[in-house]
Design a protein around this ligand. Structure first.
Ligand code: HQG
Length: 181
């Protein structure tokens, strides 16, 4: 399978399944699921070539496993990263003592004041290790890594969720519970 095509499909699916399903006239249910046949038909109508073989390949081989099918593969959704409001019904999970967040220098002053906020997404996204956080931060420039005292947060009653593709999610990280280094 051509890497350029699969990357392009992944980007388009992220746009449709996380942010703007209306761009192709698609509706997601309250849990973020789209009907697979409808998705394929509506993508093609908008000139985005998609068929079930290509979709299967992208779901299976996506570098971050961004998308998941339901059990009978009639529905698909993004596993995290939404800006539109969806209920993913994730189970609360106890985090390890530290989690990590990759960002860039221009945001640090504001993060020091306000803590980590969801910004346009439904959750703050955290990584289980620095290496992953470096990749996340590097999307925007030179990565700056925050170490989040997730164990202490959990003890203080903050809730954590682990997405199906192993991204840690929480509602906010107060400024005093992350360490910039
Ligand atoms: C920053 C990608 C100022 C935050 C990644 C980040 C991830 C603040 C940006 C997933 C702030 C939001 C999410 C505050 C947070 N003041 N800036 N108080 N609080 N920020 O894209 O974590 O490839 O919404 O540091 O790998 O960068 O798309 O979040 O820089 O898993 O699957 O505001 O997206 O996954 O940016 O990335 P984002 P993120 P995919």
């Amino acid at each position: 399978m051509n890497e350029k095509i699969t990357k392009d499909v992944s980007k388009f699916l992220s746009l449709i399944l996380r942010h703007s399903p209306e761009k192709i006239g698609l509706k997601l249910d309250e849990n973020g699921w789209a009907d697979v046949e409808e998705l394929i038909t509506k993508c093609n109508k908008k000139g985005k070539t998609l068929n079930s073989e290509l979709l299967d390949y992208v779901v299976e081989n996506n570098d971050k496993k961004r998308f998941a099918f339901n059990e009978d593969k009639s529905k698909i959704r993004a596993s995290q990263g939404h800006s539109i409001s969806v209920e993913l019904n994730l189970n609360e999970t106890e985090p390890s003592e530290y989690l990590y967040h990759g960002t860039v220098a221009k945001f640090l002053e504001s993060i020091k004041k306000e803590g980590l906020q969801k910004m346009s997404r439904q959750h703050v996204h955290l990584s289980k290790d620095r290496e992953t956080a470096i990749k996340v931060g590097s999307r925007r420039g030179v990565a700056q890594i925050l170490t989040v005292r997730s164990g202490d947060m959990h003890k203080d009653g903050f809730k954590f969720y682990l997405s199906e593709n192993n991204v840690w999610l929480t509602d906010e990280v107060p400024a005093n519970l992350s360490i910039i280094k």
